[in-house]
Design a protein around this ligand. Structure first.
Ligand code: GMT
Length: 375
């Protein structure tokens, strides 16, 4: 099938999932067209079955806000016509589902019928989309999508609770390619990062308020009082500076490394012993799954879709949002006994295998087939 994928091309989870999906679909014989404003960061290579079409938004001084949705819907129309794209899969409702629907209507005028699948990722529903300024447009675009998927049962429940949604929502979880070479590191070069007797604790995110990065620092502060350890912080965002300030105040700056954004997270996870994700909200927690596939147990909050990914007492532990005491206690429990740590590592990997590409991508293909045959 010829599939147009619309996503945010950045390090955010929704863009990563959309990109991995496109690459996975291409391996399965589909022709993929990424349509977005920048080449997706995780897109490894373009090929005869993976194309990228850039959406340009010309600057015009009259406009206070440049109309990206307009440029995107026009680009979608052009690309569908030119490449005979048969289906649009838009990731993140805002503004992609809205622009996708406009493109669909424009194409209909000329007799081209193209189904649109919308995947809801989380903040498009729980944070941004729920804002009264956006809510009517988000509700409309979800209801006008031919098929709607959400990345967890929890996100589906939230969507039904917050929006008046008529289109059925199917849960298709996020996934990971467990067979990918980069998820199979054996030579971790751990010695470059820490001493032999030191444990490595990692946090990866976009450092926004919702990630509760201060809790990461606090959990580490308590943990390092018992466990000789280092904290590696990966990512960029508004909470980096406050986290550095807190680390300084707690006198643990020397034990924390801030690495910024990285395309090498698997290398970092390869030598990590524990992953911290104490978020306020998390529709799925792709970062936790990426940790787990690398055999890293997870200490997370018990919120949103996280309990669907991280299994209590098996792949890690879950605590109520903000309960840093308990999170640190659980971190120490895992890290204080090497035999126990090895068991948690094995369990984390085992749990991640449930979300393997080969199990999840066919679920999307099945939806595409239904969409194509119901035109
Ligand atoms: O919050 C992020 O890390 C970015 C955000 C996004 O929109 O890219 O992530 C959301 O989608 C991811 C992929 O489906 C999920 O794994 C994240 O849990 C979700 N973030 C939130 O719900 C806060």
């Amino acid at each position: 099938m010829k599939i147009g994928i619309v996503c945010y091309p950045t390090f955010g989870g929704s863009g990563v999932v959309a990109t991995e999906l496109g690459m996975g679909l291409a391996k399965r014989g589909h022709e993929i067209h990424f349509i977005t404003y920048k080449q997706p960061v995780r897109l490894e290579q373009l090929s005869k079955s993976i194309h990228y079409h850039e959406v340009n938004v010309p600057e015009y001084p009259l406009f206070h806000y440049q109309p990206y949705e307009l440029a995107l819907s026009s680009k979608l129309v052009d690309m569908v016509r030119l490449h005979k794209i048969e289906l649009l899969h838009v990731h993140y409702a805002i503004p992609h589902a809205y622009a996708g629907y406009m493109a669909k209507k424009m194409l209909q005028e000329e007799g081209i019928h193209i189904p649109m699948v919308t995947t809801l990722h989380g903040t498009d529903i729980t944070l941004v989309g729920n804002h009264p300024f956006y809510k009517p447009a988000v509700t409309f675009s979800i209801n006008k999508s031919d098929y709607v998927t959400s990345v967890s049962q929890s996100l589906k429940d939230d969507t039904l609770r917050l929006f008046d949604v008529k289109t059925p929502i199917e849960v298709v979880p996020n996934f990971i390619d467990a067979k990918k070479e980069k998820n199979q590191f054996t030579d971790c070069q751990r010695e470059l990062m820490a001493e032999d007797d030191e444990k490595i604790i990692t946090h990866i995110s976009n450092f926004r308020k919702v990630k509760r990065v201060d809790d990461v620092v606090k959990i580490f502060y308590k943990t390092q009082q018992t466990i000789n350890s280092k904290l590696i912080m990966v990512g960029e965002g508004p909470e980096v500076q406050p986290a550095k300030k807190l680390a300084h105040e707690l006198g643990i700056s020397d034990n924390i490394m801030f690495l910024g954004e990285s395309n090498d997270i698997d290398k970092i996870l390869c030598f990590s012993d524990l992953f911290l994700l104490p978020s306020e909200k998390e529709s799925f927690g792709l970062a936790a799954l990426e940790a787990m596939v690398n055999g890293v147990p997870v200490i997370s909050s018990n919120t949103g879709g996280l309990p669907e990914v991280n299994k209590e007492g098996f792949s890690g532990y879950l605590s109520e949002v903000g309960n840093v005491e308990e999170m640190a206690k659980n971190a120490i429990h895992i890290l204080s006994d090497d035999h126990r740590l090895q068991q948690f590592k094995l369990n984390a990997k085992k749990m991640a295998l449930k979300f393997d590409t080969d199990t999840v991508i066919p679920q999307y293909e099945e939806i595409y087939n239904r969409a194509a045959s119901n035109l």
